[in-house]
Design a protein around this ligand. Structure first.
Ligand SMILES: [Zn+2]
Length: 327
């Protein structure tokens, strides 16, 4: 910003003639002062120096201000960075606490099933996986958020399962003897489906390994038949319930099946023979003074006493045991 004053006349190159002394005003004749002329440039230099100093000062001030501004910017950035770190840490702590709370709620929801004879009803290994994931992602709040969602979703599934079992126990929607017995045996965890020959022409009931907690009965196909009694229906329901227990307890069942040469139907019949008082496989149903039906229910083999003990031991071993999961 410094500017140099325009050259004054006195700085112009002089002619080859010597300068003419100025004429005194008023015509008075006085002796001229030769020192007056050289003083002018000194003043201008002074002005130039002053302006230069001022300019330098302003530049210096500008540089100072710029430096101060940069330092301020740097400080603000540092504060923002530290603020972000604090917020991240706070979020991480919040997420860890939220996960811990969600996992506690999930385990509480699973504890409701403690002691039920269905080992596969609650997928404990999935709960272990979920808690393991939370532990692995404990430093990553973004991923931890997904883990929390998964844990909460599983808790919702468990609560829904418990609620629907309670509703199933409390009511007999179909109003049938099949459902009454099945709800009693399965404590509400087994659904009853009544249909026309859902298991083929020969079977009065069946359970599928794909859906081990649903029992299908050929109710419509046998309703009104003179040979069908509630006792026979109970025997069928006990047999099918044994299939539910087989499917939902594969490890214990594999051991027990050795006593039945691997025959799941003989084992299911044996369950009914062991637990349904007075049950047998062959029935004579009188429908008149001289008319009766001979009905054979099951697979033709009546198990012995040692096999019935195997069944009792098997049933005693069936248990979903709730245990806390630790890291
Ligand atoms: Zn069967």
């Amino acid at each position: 910003m410094s500017s140099i004053p325009p050259p004054s006349e006195s700085n112009e190159p002089s002619s080859i003639h010597p300068p003419t002394p100025p004429e005194p005003e008023g015509g008075d004749t006085v002796e001229s002062e030769p020192a007056a002329e050289p003083q002018k440039p000194r003043k201008r230099v002074g002005v130039i120096v002053a302006i230069s100093l001022l300019t330098a000062g302003l530049i210096g001030l500008g540089v100072g201000l710029t430096l101060t501004f940069l330092e301020l910017q740097r400080a603000v950035a540092l504060i923002e960075e530290q603020q972000q770190e604090l917020e991240d840490q706070r979020e991480l702590i919040d997420q860890k606490e939220t996960f811990s709370q969600a996992a506690t709620e999930m385990m509480a929801a699973a504890a409701v099933f403690d002691g039920l004879p269905f080992s596969t009803l609650v997928d404990r290994s999935y709960h272990e996986t979920l808690i393991e994931r939370g532990w692995t992602h404990r430093w990553n709040p973004t991923v931890l958020r997904h883990d929390i969602d998964d844990v909460r979703a599983e808790t919702a599934v468990l609560r829904e399962l418990a609620a629907s079992a309670e509703a199933e126990r409390a009511s007999n929607a179909s109003g049938t003897y099949y459902e009454k017995i099945t709800d009693q045996l399965g404590q509400g965890f087994i659904s009853t489906v009544l249909d026309v020959a859902p298991c083929g022409k020969e079977a009065w009931g069946c359970v599928s390994g794909d859906d081990p907690f649903t029992v299908y009965y050929d109710h419509a196909g046998t309703i009104g038949q003179p040979y069908m009694t509630d006792f026979i229906r109970a025997g069928v329901a006990y047999h099918e319930y044994a299939h539910v227990l087989q499917f939902s307890n594969p490890e214990q069942t594999a051991v027990a099946l050795e006593s039945f040469d691997g025959n799941v139907e003989h084992m299911a019949d044996c369950y009914a023979l062991t637990y349904l008082s007075g049950w047998k496989l062959d029935h004579r149903i009188w429908v008149g003074s001289y008319t009766y039906w001979d009905i054979s229910v099951g697979y033709g083999y009546t198990c012995n006493s040692s096999q019935r003990q195997v069944i009792r031991d098997w049933v005693a071993s069936l248990n979903y045991e709730h245990q806390p999961i630790s890291q």
